[in-house]
Structure formats: C-alpha cells, structure tokens
Design a protein. Structure first.
Length: 256
C-alpha cells in the first residue's frame, strides 16, 4: 500500500509544476506583448521624427486679414491677364508664408521658388510643407541636390540659371515662378531665367524695391514687374509681432 504521505507530496509537486508552467506561459505572453509595444513605439517615434508637424497637435495654417488682402489683389492682377506682380514686404513680415498661401489659394500646381542661397531654399521649402501638408511633392535644385521632377522646386539662382539646368524643363513648365529678393532681378543670372521661362505668373518679393540705379534702363524693379504691386507690407502694419502676424494657427478638427 502506497504511503499516503508520499501521494500527498507527489500531488503537491505536480501542482507546483503546473503553477510554474502557467506562470512561465503567462510571463512569456507578457514579454511578447511588451516587445510588440516597444516595436510599435519605435515605429511611431520614427514617423514622428519624419513629420513636418511642429508640435504634438496638428494645425491647419490659414492666412490672416493682411494675407487675404494680398491674395485677393494678386488674384485680380492674374485674372486681368497680367503675368507679373510684386509683393513689397518688410524683412520679418513673412513673405514666404504669404506666397505659400497665395500659391495654395490660386491653385498653382507647378511652382519654382528662386533664392540666392541654399539655406534660404531649405527654409522656404519647410514653410511650404507646413502650408501644403504633404499634398504636393517638393524638392530642391541646387549645386548638391537635383530634384528636377518635384511639383514644387526650391532652387538657387546660381544653379537654375545654368544652361544645363534650364534644358531639363520646357519653357512653359512652371505655372508660377516666385523670385525671392526680387530687387536683384535685373542681374544677368536672373534675366537669363526670366528670358527662358514663360510661366502663367511671375511673383517678385522684396523688402527694398527702390535702388540707386532705378533710372538706368532695365534696372527698375517696378518696370520689370510691369508696375503691378499686389500688396505692400510694412512692420507697422504687423502690430509689432513680425512674421507671426502673417498667419494664424487653427487646430484641425476631425469631422463628427
């Protein structure tokens, strides 16, 4: 006859084994879930780093009253059949955002944004990405980067004005060409570009349109842009807030 004490201890050992197996299985499931959460977190973190959204909240940028005035005037000039316009805007009042809003509201699909330095091209593209929120492709054409096929190209005058760069495009490829620091547009490199391309609209932007050599033929910025002044912004019009006065942020609200 089996000793009852032996049976007791054998059952107790088997029960303990079952408990350990259960705990090990449960622990394994928790470990697997934890690893999955870590992977998901890392994936989301990577996406967040790649995002151009400036904060944890997603905003939709909308023009303020001054920008609306500029957009309306530019629309009137464009619809009247003019192909050149000038935005006179003091440094720090947000010319780039103003042009981005106008581009979006007037529906231009292929845009060339001309600057004189790589860093300015990068900053302009960053601003445009915030306004367009991934709805168009954007790239740069500079000495180091050639995104020729992007919908919106931010390029340096030095690179775009080269003959080998111009040959990449048909003369009427661009709907809109924006010239930053347009007071330089009488220079030979700018003139080469303006003589080649035939966009639907040229938009010049400058804080200093008046120059000492305005009296010389071909040097007057107002004449280059057919005396079509779309808008003029001075710092005193911005309530002392600089570029922040050019736009307001509205939280994007999901449809109910």
């Amino acid at each position: 006859m089996v000793n009852i004490h032996i049976l007791y201890w054998m059952n107790l050992i088997n029960f303990g084994t079952l408990i350990r197996l259960y705990l090990m299985k449960s622990l394994s499931m928790h470990i697997v879930r934890f690893i999955q959460k870590i992977k998901s977190f890392r994936s989301q973190k990577k996406i967040a780093r790649q995002s151009e959204v400036p904060s944890l909240e997603i905003y939709r940028l909308q023009p303020n009253s001054m920008q609306v005035g500029f957009i309306n005037n530019l629309r009137k000039i464009y619809e009247a059949g003019e192909d050149r316009a000038l935005l006179i805007s003091a440094t720090g009042t947000g010319k780039t955002y103003a042009s981005a809003f106008a581009t979006r509201e007037l529906g231009f699909k292929r845009v060339l944004f001309l600057v004189h330095r790589n860093q300015i091209a990068k900053q302009a593209m960053k601003s445009y990405r915030k306004v367009f929120n991934g709805t168009v492709s954007m790239g740069m054409v500079t000495g180091k980067q050639q995104d020729y096929d992007a919908d919106f190209v931010f390029g340096t005058i030095q690179t775009i004005s080269k003959e080998e760069t111009l040959k990449h495009y048909e003369r009427d490829h661009w709907d809109l060409i924006i010239i930053d620091e347009a007071h330089h547009s009488s220079a030979a490199s700018y003139k080469r570009i303006m003589d080649y391309f035939i966009p639907r609209l040229w938009l010049g932007m400058t804080a200093t349109p008046d120059k000492r050599d305005d009296n010389l033929e071909g040097r007057n910025i107002y004449e280059i842009f057919n005396h079509q002044i779309a808008y003029e912004i001075r710092l005193q019009n911005c309530d002392g807030r600089g570029s922040s006065a050019w736009f307001r942020r509205e939280r994007a609200v999901s449809p109910q």
